[in-house]
Design a protein around this ligand. Structure first.
Ligand SMILES: N[C@@H](CCC(=O)N[C@@H](CS)C(=O)NCC(=O)O)C(=O)O
Length: 206
């Protein structure tokens, strides 16, 4: 299995994507909490290009970018597969992985803006959620009857976006707006591994 270390921060959905994947695969690892206002020399050495977390270090070799890390984990530890093997189904999963990579950052604009900018951010987020609702989910999870990489990639919607939604009183992710996404959010957070590994976001919401 080799030595596995993860540089992350407690409130980053990108870190938690990786933590969920490691936990679901049963891979033991050492977690290194980074202070992003004072990044460790190890983080800067491992991710000299973006200087961001998460970074997975496997036997001394760094892997950066959460989506790249997820695919690395899937290929390195094949137990409890989280990507389909059928080439077409895998391509569809990769489409949604890319969608999550491109679009998730847009959700944070709602938390950071007010007035007209916030209105636009809400409109954009709604459009994005609608795409997932109408074209992304057809079963209990994106991965079928069990959690797959696409579910992990979109996990930020289930926990971080729900928290912003509720703090701002927007009520966007409710059953009457997005029935499939709403029930996916519940199922995702009720999975025993995910449930035990959800950060308490209260400090962020003050
Ligand atoms: N595309 C990256 C995004 C990672 C990211 O944005 N990390 C943030 C924390 S949530 C970070 O390290 N920020 C530090 C900085 O920008 O200096 C990924 O998926 O891994």
């Amino acid at each position: 299995m080799g030595e596995v270390k993860l540089h992350g921060t407690w409130n980053s959905p990108y870190s938690w994507r990786v933590i969920w994947a490691l936990k679901l695969k049963g891979i033991p690892y050492e977690y290194i909490e980074e202070d992003l206002s004072n990044k460790s020399p190890m983080l800067l050495q491992h991710n000299p290009v973006h200087k961001k977390i998460p970074v997975l270090v496997h036997d001394g070799k760094p892997i950066c970018e959460s989506m790249v890390i997820l695919e690395y984990i899937e290929e390195t530890w094949p137990q409890n597969p989280m990507l389909p093997t059928d080439p077409y189904e895998k391509a569809v999963a990769r489409f949604w992985l890319r969608f999550a990579d491109d679009k998730i950052p847009m959700l944070w604009r709602i938390a950071r803006t007010n007035g007209e900018e916030e209105k636009q951010a809400i409109k954009d987020a709604s459009e994005m959620l609608k795409m997932i609702e109408e074209h992304g989910i057809s079963e209990k999870f994106f991965g079928g009857q069990k959690i797959g990489l696409v579910d992990l990639a979109l996990g930020a919607v289930a926990h971080w976006f729900v928290a912003i939604d509720s703090k701002k009183g927007l009520k966007m992710l409710e059953a009457h707006n997005f029935p499939r996404l709403h029930s996916w959010t519940k199922d995702f957070k009720e999975d025993p591994v995910i449930k035990e590994n959800l950060p308490d976001l209260t400090p962020l919401l003050k």
